[in-house]
Structure formats: C-alpha cells, structure tokens
Design a protein around this ligand. Sequence first.
Ligand code: MSP
Length: 509
Amino acid sequence: MNKKYYITTPIYYPSANFHIGHCYTTIIADALARYKRLNGYDVFFQTGTDEHGAKIAQKAEEKGVSPKEYVDEIIENAKDLWKQLGISYDYFIRTTDEQHVKAVQAIFQKLYDKGEIYKGSYKGLYCIPCESFWTPTQLVDGKCPDCGREVKEVTEEAYFFKLSQYQDKLIKFYEENPDFILPLSRKNELINNFIKPGLEDLCVSRTSVKWGIPVPMDPDHVIYVWLDALTNYITSLGYPDESAELYQKYWPADLHLVGKEITRFHAIIWPAILMALDIPLPKQVFGHGWLVIDGGKISKSLGNYKDPREYIDSYGVDAVRYFVLREVPFGADGTFSEDALITRTNADLVNNLGNLVNRTITMAHKYFDGQVINPKATEEIDNDLRNSATDLRKKVDAKMAELKANEALEEIFEVLRKCNKYIDDTTPWLLAKDETKQVRLQTVIYNILEAIRICAILLDPFIPTTSQRILDQLNTQNKSIDSLDTFDGLEEVTLNKAEILFQRIEVSE
Ligand code: MSP
C-alpha cells in the first residue's frame, strides 16, 4: 500500500500585495511535498485563501463591488504567484467554496448540539469605522491600530467554544506526543504563555461582522475567523462525511506548516476543536520563523516591499526558491536581501553547480562525442566521491525528516564541491593527451556525470526546473530515487548538448 502524506500551508488572506515573506511558507511546503512524492508517497498538498471578515468587506466596499466579486478577482493573484514559483499544490481551498461553507455550518451545529458551543456575550473595544474588535494590548496609544480613531467599549451577543475545558487534555496530549509542536522552543513558549495562565472560552461568532458564514441556527451571527479558517484542513477532504474518500485516505494531516505568529491557533485551538468533534488530531504543527528585511518585518507601508515576481523575472524562479530554502535555518528568522540572493546565486548556483555541469558535459562531448562510457574500472582515488554520492540520499533523508531543507541542500552542495575538487585532482585534460589513459579518462568522466545525476535527482524538490534541465542534458531515463544507492545508474547514452544553467549576475555599483 502507498504511504500517504498530507501537508498544508495556512490559507492566506487574499491580497494584491503578497511579498517574499508570504512565499516562504509555501516554498518550504512545496519542497517537502515534492520530496515526499520523490520518495513514493501519495501526497496531498493543500493551500488556499481565507476570504471572510470585516477587512475584506471594507475593501470591497471601497472598490464598490461585493465582497465575493472582490475576492474572486484578487485570489487570482495568489494562484498566479504560486504558479510562477512552481508550487505543486494538489488542492486550493477557498473559504467561500460552497462545500466549505456547508461543512463549517455542520461543524458549528455539531459542536452546539454536543454542548461544546454556547451563547453568551462578548465585551471588547470596538472601532466602528473598521468594524473591528481589539484587545487593550493591540491598541496604539489607546486608539485603533488600523485607522488611529477612537475605540468604544461594546458588548455584543456571541457564541463561544468551550476552549477552557481543554487545558488538561491538551497538556496530556503534548506529553504523549512530544513532536506535535515543533520547534521545541515554540512549544515551551505556548505552554508557558498561553496554556498555563489558563485558557479562556473562544468567541466563535459576531453580529457586527456581516461578511462570513452565517451561524446555522441563528443567522444574525456569522461564524468568526478561526472556526471558519482552521476547519479548511478537513472540509476540503469531505468532512463532516467521515466516509468521504479523501478524508479516509488523508486525515489526519501529517504536517501543518505555519508561521510562528499563528502557531498557537494551530497548536491550541485547532486540536481542541478536533477533540470536541471526536476526530483524530494532526501529527505535527511546525511554526517556522519569519523572513525579515534589515531586522524588521516586510511590509508595504515600510517601503521594503517588492512583488516577488520581480525577483523571479530578474534572477529566475530557482534562484528565489534556492535562496529562501538555503539561507534560513528552519525554525529561526532569516534575513532576506537582494544582495544576499545575488551572492548565493553566484557562489552556489553559477559556480558550484552550473559550471560543474557545463564543463563536465562539454568535456564528455569533446573527448567522446558525448557518448557515456562506464568501464567499471575505478581506482582508490575515486572512492571518496563515489561514497559521498551514494551516501547522499540517506543524509538528505535524515535532514528532511527534521524539515531542515537548508541542511539537506548543504549536503547536496558538499557533494557538488567534491565533484569540482575531483576534476582538479584527476585533471581530465591531461589524461586526454595520453593515449594509454583513455579508460581512465572514461572512468573519471563517468564518475562525475553519475555524481551529478545523483545530485540532480535529489535537487528536484528544491529547484525542480534546474533538476529537470540537468537530467535532460544527461539524457537519462533513470530518475528514480532507488537508483541512488549504487553508483552505476547513468546509462551509456549520448548526452545532449551542454547548456548554461545560470548566468552570473553582474552587480552594478
Ligand atoms: N489567514 C491566516 C491563516 C489561517 S490558517 C487556518 C493568515 N494569513 S496570512 O496571509 O496573514 O499569512 C499566511 C502565512 O504567511 C502565515 O504562515 C504567515 O506566518 C506567513 N507570513 C507572512 N509574512 C511572513 C514573513 N515575513 N515571513 C515568513 N512568513 C510570513 O495568517
């Protein structure tokens, strides 16, 4: 039977201004999804958009269109960006999808019928123009953080989910499942800052907000934010129909990958909702760090925002993917800068990878008309390269099991570095001048080509376009992960012509 892997990104607030930070979660999730597919998993990779709420309604009104018309138009921005970044999602959920809307209402009803949701009243600081409630700590100088106007204390009728009852159950669950929240630093932070001080019941409806899913038994209320958003992970699979094919096959999720600021919703509220519904909990929530610019968040108002498509146009999609995956130690914050992206691209992709592939294939054409020959006559000096290449899969696997894409890439690039050193040590251009060394020359070229093939296959999850271009130049059909443990996978084919993979990026003063 196939192994399954269900991985999700958060569903994004629809926006016309996605920045490179937004791409971060999605690029990592894509690399993980592709890695699992490469390893024979039946993968379901889901992303989507979180389309309800007062802010969306307000923007739509400013534009003079209905909220649905507004979101219909701007979600194309997300889809276009994901396409340009090569995001291989299997399902794109929208919280305005009819299936989701009906399922959320059924979930609300079920929780209400079980006594997990009750009607009470919500007291909060309300900004009338923004139609938003704020907590005292969110206010800026005592005023609305969005528009800077006065807020008013308002009480409104609302439904609540009995989150407070789940404190002990959650702690017990974390103890029994120590890898549920990662990284560990985030887990300790959540337990100490949120669980231990005591959980309060969660407000799950609003009457002041109109753009949302109506509460089934009380349609003056709309279902508020997290109950609508978090449930996307099961409604897409057909829940509440627990016999639905996708639900049966993929739930529970293997990984919810989320940014650090929303980890607590995924690690506290979401498991509590699932416990209340009596259905299994996801296996893991990973809260990654942020991409920051000069130590600060990326934002349009700070003027450090650039449409990620500009980077893709200037440097290519794989340079952007590679930078994001390679530069940031997973879990920590990382700095994004165009200078650092250029330095990385030139050092790793142009020099280490691109030149290696180009000069090796060029040599094979020059010396053997592009014919791959595998004389199987290795020498002692070849062993380091051969062993490093055949050990690579295991090393990458160990890193990816801990979601450390940056370290997995480091391992692959270490083997590429060894290939470059091997060329310097074996000096094929001198062997070519000696008639008696032809078998040796064939062996040397074969060893480099085979090491490149192994690296190219393992690079597929991270920089898929480049991986494919290398495998095309090698003209190989042997792309399976199982061909990486021995060192004779490259067939005796005729290579295609050498092509430049990455152009050096010149930096003008
Ligand atoms: N709609 C909610 C999620 C609901 S999930 C049930 C949301 N949307 S968001 O559009 O604001 O954020 C989507 C993702 O982008 C989050 O994981 C968030 O952490 C991530 N990022 C937004 N800016 C970021 C950076 N600068 N760096 C890295 N990731 C950041 O939250």
